[in-house]
Design a protein. Structure first.
Lengths: 230, 225
């Protein structure tokens, strides 16, 4: 089973107006039949969160591929978090100035996948919204690397991609907070990508993110799509 | 289906819920009239606020003789009129708390994309129903804990300990109104604070109550400029 990965990130109007960088980051890699995608959203109020988010996605990608497939979630999270803190320390940045969410999915050629998530945003397959929970209260209840110290703050899990569950989507809260039917949205993207092409959907998504219909939206917007290649 | 159709095309709601005592004792000394006028002024102020960053939604739950949803949670700009409260009967606070708890926990009514609600309890007396469990269930519910809660004690006969335990603003756990004018003053502060909060960069932070000095400075002209 082969997989295609597409990534789209658009800077939010608030950051554009203030001449600030995109605080979201996205990275992916495929190696020896394994694949990984990471998406992070730097916390808006932190001056160097764009550094934190970029570092987090790059480290998450390498940690997932460097560790064995059956590494425990705790071990993997500790590995990513420790390397993130070391990386910031090397460039003299305080973790509190670089707070970022992190969502990672990774899998193999058999369709098995796993995910970890800290903070806001959504990971959704065709069949399941992995980020929905009963304890969801109100918008922007954010935590992230640089704030959280508890394993229980992370959402972790696994699933399987196949003909009925054709792909995965990761999106930052700049997108997910303005979508009520998140599963329907993701399903629609994945079906279009399957029917047309991932490239066509990427173009479509870029247009949507640039012309976001929610009034006075401010956030950066990032979405990654993983799709089974038939 | 176009992907655009999945995106909500309105600003996030900022729910404001008023829990108002309309028991018989509120009919004395112009208290209920002041409350009626204050709520009407509040609605007209909210209706004219910008809805770009947050859309103010208002609900009023009354408890006088029986508890009732006087105004279901409605976008302020869509509220055409509100019936005057009539002060009568007992003070069934517990039943009113249950209505508010059900409202705040209903994700159809207040979606997760909403900003933290603001709940305001206004009372001039002691509850007359078996309120304790319902009161505790409201203030301890997951979502109400995240809400910003203020309480206003009217007159000299209110249950101040109970009202104080409702408020969760450390700087203003309980506010007092000793007459009709002070009820109006309190609601002007709530109106202005909510309006400013709805336009702020961070409408999801707990709201602070800002009081305005209603008295004119010596050099100020009393003209509606």
């Amino acid at each position: 089973m082969n997989f295609s990965i597409s990534k789209t990130s658009v800077i939010g109007p608030a950051h554009l107006d203030l001449d600030l960088p995109n605080q979201d980051a996205v990275a992916s890699k495929k190696r020896n039949g394994r694949w990984v995608v990471a998406v992070a959203d730097g916390m808006g109020s932190r001056s160097l969160s764009h550094v934190g988010s970029k570092l987090a996605t790059n480290l998450a990608v390498s940690c997932c591929l460097d560790n064995s497939e059956d590494v425990s979630a705790k071990e993997l999270i500790t590995d990513i978090y420790t390397q993130w803190l070391t990386g910031l320390n090397e460039i003299n940045i305080e973790p509190n100035d670089a707070v970022t969410t992190l969502m990672v999915t990774w899998g193999n050629s058999k369709g098995d996948y796993r995910y970890i998530q800290l903070g806001d945003g959504v990971i959704c397959s065709s069949n399941d919204n992995h980020s929905v929970s009963e304890d969801e209260l109100f918008s922007n209840e954010t935590t992230g690397l640089g704030l959280s110290k508890k394993l229980s703050d992370w959402r972790t899990g696994r699933g399987k991609l196949d003909k009925a569950n054709i792909g995965l989507i990761l999106m930052t809260d700049g997108i997910s907070e303005d979508i009520e039917d998140q599963l329907g949205f993701c399903n629609s993207i994945l079906k279009r990508a399957q029917k047309a092409s991932l490239r066509a959907v990427k173009k479509n998504l870029k247009g949507l993110l640039h012309n976001w219909p929610t009034p006075h939206h401010t956030d950066d917007k990032t979405i990654a799509v993983v799709l089974i290649n038939e | 289906m176009s992907l655009k159709k999945f995106v909500v095309n309105k600003a996030r709601p900022l729910p404001v819920i008023i829990l108002a005592d309309t028991s018989g004792s509120m009919s004395i000394n112009g208290k209920i009239d002041a409350l009626n006028l204050s709520i009407k002024d509040m609605i007209s102020s909210f209706a004219s606020e910008s809805r770009l960053r947050a859309e103010i939604h208002l609900s009023v739950v009354t408890f006088g003789s029986k508890a009732a949803t006087h105004l279901p949670l409605t976008p302020a700009h869509q509220i055409e009129q509100i019936e005057n409260f009539v002060a009568q009967g007992t003070t069934p606070l517990g039943a009113a708390c249950t209505i508010v708890k059900d409202m705040i926990e209903d994700k159809e009514c207040i979606p997760s994309r909403a900003y933290r609600p603001i709940i305001i309890l206004v009372s001039d007396g002691y509850p007359t129903d078996d309120y304790k469990n319902a009161f505790d269930a409201l203030i301890n519910s997951d979502r109400a804990q995240k809400a910003t809660r203020f309480a206003l004690s009217i007159g000299n006969d209110a249950d101040n300990d109970l009202l104080e335990s409702f408020g969760n603003d450390v700087e203003a756990p309980l506010l007092f109104a000793h007459n009709a004018a002070e009820i109006a003053h309190f609601f002007r502060a709530v109106t202005m604070s909510v309006a400013n909060h709805s336009k702020s960069q961070k409408p999801n932070e707990p709201m602070k109550l800002e009081f305005v000095n209603d008295e004119l400075a010596d050099d100020d002209l009393d003209i509606p400029l």
